[in-house]
Design a protein around this ligand. Structure first.
Ligand code: ZN
Length: 304
């Protein structure tokens, strides 16, 4: 069933687990994610970036997710990931998204507040939930890039939430977008997280926390995906972050690598094959497997 971000995240905050938000650009990812959520009996958020909307079209994405949600046995949220274009955000709210993220974290503090407030006003009228970001998450995500990580300031976070009225807050605690997160050992600043949660008893969001599981990376490399020193956040650190109050975790990179590795494998092994279903099908299955594992790490099993 279709749900709002607020519905699934407030429950997660009370129950001390995290809901997975997984990015899609096409039908296969959507099917894989919803099947995984149903198998795990977990709520799930389907995230579309501005890039995904440009690629697939807003109407098609919305209707596809609505159809999947109406038929699903678990709560499904349709979420805009990293909204920066106010026009796109407004369109998502108007067409029926049940959650949007306004990412004005690149602006000065007061401008971030002003922009976020505007989105909250639009969203309020339609009952849509709003996520905003304070601080800077590293790495590159489509148009969004930041070289330096600036941790979220706990004091400012309280002021920011009071003044904007958002439903959930994306915090910067040392993660980066993309496949190349850490030069040395993976480190999240869990003290900053603890401090923020102590001051703010509300849903907190973790971006840039793909796991780059060995199983996925090895299969990708075996089939010629050049990944170099790709490195993700270990499951143990994710579980710790969840225990300390993270209630939504975004995952994109893991699924992309999983999907691509199976397609490359199919092409390598079966050069005579040209029925797309025969390579997209197995790719979809591998994505589902990765999503199921992530939901398990987030503590979402049985929470639908
Ligand atoms: Zn992100």
């Amino acid at each position: 069933m279709l749900a709002t971000g607020r519905q699934v995240l407030q429950k997660a905050n009370k129950g001390n687990y995290a809901v997975g938000a997984f990015n899609i650009n096409n039908m296969e990812f959507l099917q894989a994610i919803v099947s995984a959520a149903e198998k795990m009996k977990s709520p799930v958020m389907i995230a579309t970036s501005e890039g995904a909307i440009k690629y697939a079209g807003l109407c098609l994405l919305k209707n596809m997710v609505y159809c999947a949600a109406e038929n699903a046995k678990v709560p499904v949220v349709l979420h805009l990931d990293h909204g920066r274009d106010m026009d796109v955000i407004k369109k998502c709210i108007d067409i029926g998204y049940t959650s949007v993220m306004i990412d004005a974290s690149h602006l000065e503090y007061d401008a971030n507040i002003k922009t976020t407030k505007q989105v909250v006003q639009w969203a309020c009228r339609k009952g849509v939930s709003v996520e905003a970001e304070l601080g800077t998450i590293g790495g590159v995500e489509e148009k969004i890039s930041a070289r330096k990580i600036i941790y979220t300031d706990p004091e400012k976070a309280v002021d920011f939430v009071e003044r904007t009225g958002i439903d959930s807050l994306a915090v910067a605690i040392g993660t980066s977008h993309g496949a190349y997160k850490f030069a040395g050992a993976a480190r999240l600043n869990l003290n900053v997280l603890k401090e923020i949660k102590k001051k703010l008893d509300m849903p907190l969001v973790l971006h840039g926390a793909s796991g780059l599981p060995a199983k996925v990376v090895q299969r990708a490399k075996r089939n010629g995906v050049r990944l170099g020193k790709a490195e993700g956040v270990p499951d143990s650190q994710i579980s710790q972050a969840v225990r300390l109050g993270i209630n939504k975790i975004n995952t994109d990179t893991d699924l992309r690598i999983a999907f691509t590795s199976v397609i490359r494998e199919s092409f390598r092994k079966n050069p005579a094959e040209f029925d797309p279903r025969h390579y997209l099908g197995p790719a979809k299955e591998f994505v589902q497997e990765v999503v199921e594992h992530r939901i398990g790490v987030f503590g979402g099993r049985g929470k639908a």
